[in-house]
Ligand binder design. Sequence first.
Ligand code: IMP
Length: 430
Amino acid sequence: MANIVVVGTQWGDEGKGKVVDLLTAGVEFVVRFQGGNNAGHTLEVDDRQFIFHIIPSGILYEDKKCLIGNGLVVDPGVLLEEMEGLEKSGITVGPDRLSLSEKAHMIMPYHKALDLAREAAKGKDKIGTTGRGIGPCYEDKVTRTGVRAIDLTEPDVLEAKIRTNLKEKNFLLEKFLGVSPLEAQPILDHYLAMGQTLAPFITDVSVELDQAVKAGKAILFEGAQGTHLDIDHGTYPFVTSSNPVAGAACAGSGIGPKQIHHVVGIVKAYTTRVGAGPFMTELEDETGNFIQEKGKEFGATTGRRRRCGWLDLVVVGDSVRLNGLDSMAITKLDVLSGLETLKICVAYEIDGQMVHQRPASLGKTALCKPVYKEMPGWKEDITAARKKSDLPAAALDYLSVIEEITGIPASIISVGPGRNDTIVVKTPGS
Ligand code: IMP
């Protein structure tokens, strides 16, 4: 079985959770490689709803091992809460089921305080972060002052880091941002206690993956957020602080690129975005409201109403290139049922010139006028479709346009929230 990477091709919330859940059936290991608890996957299984922020949803399968890679920033309190929540639902989470990379960085209370205070200070220019401390934690990783999972098991190291870091963070919090400083001792005590509980789960994930590869086991790499939130390739500065692109699966888990066999890009049948930043095909009208309500487009992490718009194939096309996509999983096609006319953005026009890639400049991006291909919609409820031929002709045309313009086949089409509401055209990597 192939090792597969699943990534979002838009601004996150494409429905990766459901596709990951589906593909998990065919692998032994599921790994997350970037982001933190800014992500949120909602899964509906047997009429029960599960929301995951850190732990790969593969934990719902008894025989899968879930790994949290070094590329993540982990809030240990949130991780422990998620583990407890699963235990309460009858899902056992022992070290045989879950590993946390010793090199993953820990989100500290000062990261959250800085994230929130900075956003508040930005006023109307705010990015709209999830306020989980993601950016400040990655900052410390890069300035080489971060706290890693392994440090939770070494009290002297942890204490020195917390005390040294707090000198600078408290200066910023108090003197620059005008909020209360934090005390070292309660943080130290809390993180040491959490470290004791987490210690059996803290391992070298790269070595575990190497052993899995050598034993011929299949691995699924689960991306969070989406390509256009990528710190390098996204709509900077309106982005997250990690690399959600497929290439990061290797660096963020400790595996070589030759071990990846297939990259699946998740494409929501329309576009959504939470937080601020460019959104070329945004619909601030009744159609946008229709999609928002029918698609239940509220953030799984923050509960914020998602901005909605038409499918943007310039955005998806950039993602085909940036991730080297082999196939697409098209999600939430059922949400479009009932719309008279559908529009797909196939290019942008800037001052009369046709553009097929999103410009890096925010100024130029603001000038991009979407060029739409209009198509008739369909009225039928398509949630019961289990093969392509069950879909109405207009839905098949809509899918054909996506495949033609991106040049990538759709391996999976999701027509409803349930595990079974899915058309598998070709199992990715088979
Ligand atoms: P941060 O990741 O909390 O720093 O937020 C930076 C930007 O990324 C904000 O616009 C967030 O709304 C967005 N973002 C972060 N995580 C997700 C996600 O999982 N889905 C969608 N947007 C996200």
